[in-house]
Write a protein that binds this ligand. Structure first.
Ligand SMILES: Cc1cc2nc3c(=O)[nH]c(=O)nc-3n(C[C@H](O)[C@H](O)[C@H](O)COP(=O)(O)OP(=O)(O)OC[C@H]3O[C@@H](n4cnc5c(N)ncnc54)[C@H](O)[C@@H]3O)c2cc1C
Length: 591
């Protein structure tokens, strides 16, 4: 109840706070405008107020949506649906799908009964009991409290909650877990265990803004332990190492975790096309630690540049090369440019003409998945700001002080190579005995299950699912991972309740990318726009998707504060930070 009410009130309060902030802002600017510049700032204030009102209305709409959800949870007759035996439940859309009752595969595990793969973890102490709501802990006593030291097989068929284990708490795994917790809230059918190497979820789309200091780690991290408020959940922080599909066990470091259903959502990792130089010199952007490392590195470059007397070495320090002109590359280039122009140049006495940001890509345009007119608009904006585009160009090597283009055709003196040039599925998927594509993504059926193992689901960036309508695989993006997480969880619930699975289908509503400095490109249901309006839509979309009410509130407050104050430029030199020696002892740039 608490967890359901929360978002509604937060949305409304955020809306009211924002309205108060914008009203003050409006009157302040109106006063200044009439006395100094007459119409120009006045128009700006009017624009901001209009945009603010739009924001408030959208926030309220979001709040009303939460209210709708609340009504459903409280069993008010708003959009309420009844699920009858033999009907699969489409939890994502909140309505019942009428499909044939389970086939032989789906019936492999019948309700309340689970196969004889009941193994005891080696180190039972590794399990953390989560908050329980009306759940009888004795159901699990055999598994959790067994005195046996090694693996122990139990009776052929037991009646106990099924063990659903979700590997990876990124977009796919998190939404699978949330759906399972919601659907199984008042049921004894299953217990959910989430495993991740980190103890928090990372909202990756905002990482470029963390790298640019616009936002901090607290905006994009959501601790998995907070999920225990939404239902009973075990969480294990650890590294997934091995899969034993025959024994129904996964190994998390030295801990064997038995499962009845497994959801594999281990995401992807940067890929350097086998180029060791790029791998050892490239800064990646996949985690909060990466984002903070980039931010600290860029600020440190400026600290060094202000005391560097040699203009060549100064330019080398102030040159940033971003590889990959997909959404992450474009966003990080644009955000760093904004950080430098809006904040760093105000504090560091360096010549702006010595600062260089290059965006390099082998393709002939940026953002290849966006409609061409938006791509062109984005490119024009970035070039006008001073970001250099090097398209149809390959990065072929790198060293401490240079980046090599097109096998030596051009050498860029720099100490900063940011790599967003490619990804591959998590390397641990190589240990999963399953058919894979050349890229390493796991082939699954239309219900996201592993062929031959209907109890194992593989979702997100690590899975290969064909979009039959468009005859191509679904791309590795967050909305696909989210919907796959929801679909896999819904199919597990269907199976637990004796119903058949449903195919995964997904229709893209559009795409969106931030360009920093209050600009974004938006393609929503074929309607394309960019600039400030795009930025408001971009902000609203991410505000809506951001996980955790506290994170949403923090985001709004921080954006308000950023409008008034400069970003924080204090910089931590972490032990594994790139060394940038003080003074002109770098030697010549070049390979
Ligand atoms: C900087 C950046 C910006 C992005 N921006 C966008 C965007 O704007 N829009 C968009 O649609 N997509 C974006 N993406 C892509 C999007 O993040 C992915 O498509 C999405 O996260 C895939 O979800 P997933 O569940 O498959 O994997 P992930 O979200 O990557 O989650 C994988 C999880 O598994 C855990 N894990 C991995 N290996 C192990 C292991 N061996 N043991 C234990 N835990 C493990 C990880 O810690 C992680 O929590 C962006 C990605 C990045 C890096």
């Amino acid at each position: 109840m608490h967890g359901v009410l929360h978002p509604l009130f937060v949305h409304l309060h955020i809306a009211l706070l924002f309205m108060a902030f914008l009203t003050t802002y409006y009157w302040f600017f109106k006063g200044v405008a009439t006395s100094i510049f007459e119409n120009r700032i006045y128009n700006l204030a009017r624009f901001n107020t209009a945009a603010g009102l739009l924001f408030v209305l959208l926030s309220m709409a979001a709040g009303i949506r939460e209210a709708g959800r609340l009504c459903r949870v409280l069993q008010f007759p708003v959009g309420q649906v009844a699920v009858r035996e033999g009907q699969p439940r489409d939890t994502d859309r909140g309505r019942v799908q009428r499909l044939p009752v389970a086939g032989p595969e789906a019936a492999a595990v019948s309700p309340g009964e689970h196969p004889s793969h009941d193994l005891v973890p080696r180190h039972a102490a590794g399990w953390v009991p989560a908050r329980r709501r009306g759940h009888d802990a004795r159901h699990h006593a055999r598994v959790l409290r067994s005195p046996a030291g090694g693996l122990e097989r139990m009776s052929a068929t037991t009646t106990r909650p099924a063990r659903v284990v979700v590997l990876g708490g990124g977009f796919g795994g998190l939404y699978a877990t949330l759906t399972l917790l919601k659907e199984l809230a008042d049921s004894e059918l299953a217990e959910v265990t989430l495993v991740d190497r980190r103890n928090y979820f990372t909202f990756t789309p905002l990482l470029p803004e963390v790298a640019a200091g616009t936002l901090g780690a607290s905006h994009v991290c959501y601790p998995f332990r907070s999920l225990s408020k939404k239902g009973r959940l075990h969480f294990i922080q650890g590294e997934v190492r091995e899969f034993d599909l025959d024994e129904h066990v996964v190994w998390i470091e030295n801990l064997a975790i038995p499962y009845d259903y497994l959801v594999v959502a281990l995401g992807s990792t940067p890929f350097f096309f086998g180029n060791q130089q790029l791998e050892s010199h490239g800064l990646t952007l996949t985690s909060v630690a990466d984002a903070l490392a980039i931010r600290n590195h860029v600020i440190r470059l400026f600290e060094r540049a202000v005391v560097e007397p040699d203009p060549g070495l100064r330019r080398q320090l102030l040159t940033v090369v971003v590889v990959g002109a997909g959404p992450s590359g474009v966003e990080i280039a644009a955000e760093l440019h904004h950080l430098i122009r809006s904040t760093l140049l105000a504090y560091y006495p360096v010549d702006a003409s010595e600062v260089r940001i290059l965006l390099v890509d082998g393709g002939d345009r940026i953002l290849p998945h966006f409609p061409r007119e938006l791509t062109n608009a984005g490119r024009t904006q970035l070039v006008e700001r001073g970001i250099e585009m090097k398209l149809m160009t390959r990065v072929t090597g790198a060293g401490d002080q240079h980046v090599e283009l097109n096998a030596g055709e051009e050498i860029i003196p720099t100490r900063t190579l940011i790599w967003t040039g490619g990804t591959v599925p998590s390397p641990v998927l190589a240990r999963l005995p399953a058919k894979k594509t050349g890229r390493g993504t796991v082939l699954v059926d239309e219900c996201l299950r592993l062929p031959g193992h209907p109890e194992v689901y593989v979702i997100g960036d690590g899975s290969h699912v064909m979009d039959r309508r468009h005859q191509r695989p679904y791309p590795p993006v967050a909305p696909v991972a989210i919907r796959q997480g929801v679909r896999a969880a819904a199919n597990i619930v269907n199976s637990l309740e004796g119903r058949g699975g449903e195919s995964f289908e997904f229709d893209f509503t559009g795409n969106i990318v931030g360009l920093g400095g209050g600009m974004a490109l938006v393609n929503f249901l074929g309607i394309k726009f960019h600039g400030r309006l795009g930025w408001w839509v971009y902000r609203m979309a991410y505000l809506q998707r951001l996980v955790g009410a506290k994170n949403k509130a923090l985001l709004v407050l921080t954006l308000g504060l950023n409008a008034l104050f400069d970003r924080d430029i204090s910089c931590e030199t972490l032990p594994d930070a790139r060394s940038i020696p003080l003074g002109g002892s770098y030697g010549d740039a070049g390979p």
